[in-house]
Design a protein around this ligand. Structure first.
Ligand code: AVJ
Length: 351
């Protein structure tokens, strides 16, 4: 999911094993034009019908990433306004050796997400791990990115795990009891509310075990005049990415939403410290999805994404709440983005 691989790394719960996976997240790889029979993904359908019936209306951000959505996200990562990917990569190239010094050689790198981003090779080259374990809900992406990495690192044992890392997972027995370094780049954690992020961090600590480390990318709070353009770029790629969700509903769930009657909105919610993306109606609309009728009056929105931002102390507090003790932190000269190394330590007795 970064470039493309970054899109992949987000926790995606809705995966259905179907022959023609137009509706699944795996679709990014397999939703070819020749695949004309649309088999609706039941989790996608349930989320869309419930989300359009709820007030406020909201559809989970993970459904952005069909094939087209993953391509658009990849394009977003190359936009001049979207600093996140570029800055995180530069922090990692500048400090991968520091990470290696703090983890020591021979650890097992466990990536939460399929790891097809350019960041993974940067980390693997620096830390010289004894094995690499990518975890992803999509077996298809796992196999693709594992094959690509195997070419680049022919000596490195790679043990992909297909599963939902929102819950504790068994790691492959082949890795033995080597020290573990979790890797969760991209500020993917920003899509989650604080409560969900804490649950995820605790699940990661359970999966990796005490004494493990975690290298996580977290986007910083910054002025709205930098944040807003990152989510509302001049070329309109992010608008297209947001609106693609409606096209996807029409394609996969037999919908007839009038996509032209919706506009992309990105706004900074200062109370919640997050960028919110919405789709706002420019006039009253009525449509059906899988036979279910809906109406939205002019100026109302469907909330499609949260991207939470964290100040330096906020990020460390989040990690501690999630059972991780921060041990080192690196940022760029402008403090736009942070890479934090944390350790799963036994909690000392509190006074
Ligand atoms: C992949 C969740 C980190 O929130 O910045 C990019 C997704 N949405 N532009 C982000 C996204 C709109 C991205 N994450």
């Amino acid at each position: 999911m970064a470039a493309r691989s970054e899109a992949r790394s987000r926790a995606d719960a809705g995966q259905a094993a179907i022959a023609c996976p137009v509706g699944a997240r795996a679709d990014s790889a397999s939703n070819d034009t020749e695949c004309t029979v649309s088999t609706p993904n039941p989790a996608f359908r349930a989320d869309v019908l419930a989300g359009l019936s709820a007030r406020p209306r909201a559809i989970p951000a993970r459904w952005f990433y069909d094939r087209r959505g993953s391509e658009l996200f990849e394009a977003i990562t190359h936009l001049p306004e979207y600093y996140l990917t570029r800055v995180e990569r530069s922090i990692l190239s500048a400090h991968a050796a520091d990470v290696a010094r703090l983890t020591g050689p021979g650890c097992v790198v466990v990536e939460f997400g399929s790891g097809s981003s350019a960041k993974t090779p940067l980390l693997l080259s620096a830390v010289d791990p004894s094995a690499y374990v990518p975890i992803d809900i999509s077996g298809e992406f796992l196999r693709e990115s594992a094959a690509a990495l195997a070419k680049q690192f022919p000596e490195l044992p790679i043990h992909p795990v297909e599963g939902d890392f929102m819950h504790r997972l068994e790691l492959p027995p082949e890795i033995g009891d080597a020290r573990r370094l979790g890797f969760f780049p991209g500020s993917t954690i920003g899509n989650m509310t604080a409560a969900a992020a804490v649950d995820l961090l605790r699940a990661m600590a359970d999966t990796l075990g005490e004494g493990s480390k975690l290298l996580i990318g977290i986007d910083r709070i910054k002025p709205a005049n930098v944040l807003i353009p990152a989510y509302d770029d001049a070329q309109g790629v992010t608008a297209e990415f947001n609106l693609n969700l409606l096209h996807r509903i029409n394609r996969e769930l037999d919908g007839n939403l009038p996509v032209g009657a919706f506009r992309h909105v990105a706004q900074w919610n200062d109370t919640e410290a997050r960028i919110e993306m919405h789709l706002e109606t420019t006039h009253d609309v009525a449509f059906t999805v899988d036979g279910h009728p809906f109406a939205i009056s002019k100026g109302k929105t469907i909330h499609t994404e949260n991207s939470h931002k964290y100040g330096p102390r906020d990020a460390r507090l989040l990690l501690r709440a999630g059972a991780w003790t921060p041990v080192a932190e690196w940022t760029d000269r402008d403090g736009l983005f942070a890479l934090i190394l944390a350790e799963a330590r036994p909690v000392p007795a509190a006074p």
